[in-house]
Design a protein around this ligand. Structure first.
Ligand SMILES: Cc1cc2nc3c(=O)[nH]c(=O)nc-3n(C[C@H](O)[C@H](O)[C@H](O)COP(=O)(O)OP(=O)(O)OC[C@H]3O[C@@H](n4cnc5c(N)ncnc54)[C@H](O)[C@@H]3O)c2cc1C
Length: 503
């Protein structure tokens, strides 16, 4: 004790001799960070406010992780999300080292009337994981996956990416549902839904959540599972980030072999109608071990259009041949990469080498089967443009996803056979107007064939009416939960469930 004080005092005297302040001294000694100016921020209702330097310093001092402020090292990297068209400036960014830092950050935001943005993988197409003038909790500093193979559980921190989860689980011969691009965040995907290559066998990612730890808007940490805080456990599975920051997930795991059949078959666009027609029939009948996506579109650069199948099959080989036989009517593909592959490698096979190279814009809606009229609309409106990537895409749903009652979790669209998306992507420097006008007019012809939408993708469908309709019979229960865990709507950057009486 005396020795620590003496060493501290001696160090203080030495640093003072070097011209360093007491605050800087504390920073050097304990790894704390000095806030050197007041912070400009926006209130919840978007009015300008100044947070005094001493108040912001209080936040910095409470953290083991980092507080990043505008103009300081690390701030501009931390505020970035996947979509390079999003350019927002949070007033403060906290990179937590653990759940208690998340609690400090949330308490600070509540006390200072700030919107809270939460970033995990940053894959929100519309940039819901950052904000102007509020507090960003950047969970990229909080990534860890641990597998308990005996209990078949993966313990995953709230900032983790899918690739780490797949990698650690499969090393023990286990798997849980994840999306198809490995740099997507667990936080956004698993709280909103979670379609992927094994979802038809094992359910959505959110169906595999066994427990969560959540920091609600008052800064309290809640453990929620089938036994504890059951209502919160219900709402977190489909309610996105509406109820707080998930700091930990426990996912149930399933034994699965490492080698699966996977890859893609690419056909010329003139076979698109035949492919879509076969897909409409046979994807509906596919065994649960078969995940089969279908796309039509045009590459950037003016190349010829394509029609393609992307697949993953994790059952017995004979079942695969039977399920795919009808597609032999299409003849030889232009390119065929379907082979026995490592599941974790397949999960990485569509990763973007430079995820921020292109601006992307997506329209999305669920379908209950693919009708001839929908196929007509898809093909009638599909237009390539050499300045962009153009794709109309069906992500395969059904199977185990549909076994779950629509009221068993907040995710209500159990009826979906497929998620239909139109995806455009163009370089950041290009003029977006022509592309956004095209996707809106194209989607206007496709949307009437859809029912509901995937809330973490179709984030531009804002407003209570659209969100109420989408969550169907679950909506009122979600509002009641919002009233309890975020009554002032600090967590509004999501498919927002507005509390009954927002401030
Ligand atoms: C290239 C690409 C591929 C995709 N592939 C699939 C796919 O195969 N299957 C599929 O189902 N979806 C897919 N998606 C959609 C994806 O699931 C959503 O965009 C999801 O929100 C991304 O999660 P994230 O953590 O990366 O996003 P972020 O942008 O970090 O967050 C998105 C939302 O989730 C909230 N959030 C994030 N982490 C937490 C947390 N720990 N606690 C509480 N709230 C949190 C954020 O506040 C924000 O509202 C894909 C998206 C992209 C861009």
């Amino acid at each position: 004790m005396y020795r620590r004080q003496f060493v501290g005092a001696g160090l203080a005297a030495w640093l003072a001799g070097q011209g360093m302040s007491a605050r800087a001294l504390a920073g050097v000694y304990a790894g704390l960070q000095a806030v050197d100016a007041d912070v400009q921020a926006l209130t919840l209702d978007q009015r300008e406010q100044i947070i005094p330097r001493s108040v912001a310093q209080g936040l910095a001092d409470s953290l083991r992780g980092r507080l990043l402020l505008p103009g300081k090292a690390g701030y501009d990297t931390a505020r970035q999300v996947l979509n390079p068209a999003i350019d927002k400036h949070p007033a403060l960014i906290v990179q937590p080292s653990g759940a208690s830092d998340v609690q400090s950050a949330v308490q600070f935001a509540a006390a200072n009337n700030l919107v809270i943005a939460v970033k995990c993988g940053g894959h929100s197409f519309s940039g819901k994981s950052t904000c102007d003038g509020g507090l960003l909790i950047d969970l990229s500093s909080y990534r860890n996956v641990q597998v308990d193979a005996t209990r078949k559980l993966a313990y995953v921190t709230g900032g983790s990416l899918l690739g780490a989860m797949d990698h650690e689980c499969m090393a023990r011969g286990l798997v849980t549902t994840a999306g198809t691009v490995s740099h997507t965040g667990v936080g956004g995907l698993a709280t909103g839904g979670g379609f992927g290559r094994v979802a038809r066998r094992f359910g959505l990612a959110l169906d595999n959540i066994r427990a969560v730890d959540v920091v609600s808007a008052d800064g309290q940490l809640h453990h929620a599972s089938a036994e504890h805080n059951r209502e919160l456990y219900w709402g977190v599975r489909g309610g996105g980030g509406n109820y707080g920051v998930v700091t930990h997930f426990a996912f149930g795991l399933h034994p699965m072999q490492r080698q699966v059949i996977g890859g893609s078959r690419i056909y010329p666009l003139d076979r698109a109608r035949q492919l879509l027609t076969l897909y409409a029939e046979h994807s509906m009948r596919a065994p649960r071990e078969l995940y089969l996506d279908c796309s039509v579109g045009y590459p950037p650069g003016g190349g010829p259009g394509f029609a393609s199948l992307d697949l993953c099959y994790s059952g017995q080989a004979a079942g695969f041949e039977a399920a795919m036989r009808p597609f032999e009517a299409l003849g030889e593909p232009l390119r065929d990469s379907v082979a026995s592959v490592d599941y974790v490698g397949l999960q990485r096979s569509t990763d973007l080498s430079d995820p921020r190279a292109m601006v992307s814009y997506v329209k999305d809606g669920f379908v209950e089967g693919i009708t001839p009229a929908l196929i007509d609309s898809i093909l009638d409106g599909l237009q390539g443009n050499p300045d962009r990537f153009t794709q109309c895409y069906f992500q395969h749903a059904g199977g185990a996803i549909g076994d779950v009652d629509p009221t068993a979790t907040a995710f209500s669209q159990r009826y979906a056979s497929h998620d239909l998306m139109v995806i455009l992507a163009w370089p950041p420097q290009a003029d977006a107007e022509a592309h956004t006008a095209y996707i809106r007019s194209y989607w206007a012809t496709l949307e009437p064939h859809t029912r509901g939408y995937y809330s973490v993708v179709a984030e531009d469908k804002a407003g209570t009416a659209a969100i109420r309709a989408n969550f169907e019979g679950n909506f009122q229960r979600m509002v009641a939960l919002k009233d309890r865990y975020d009554p002032r709507n600090h967590f509004r950057l999501n498919a927002n469930i507005k509390p009954s009486a927002p401030s």
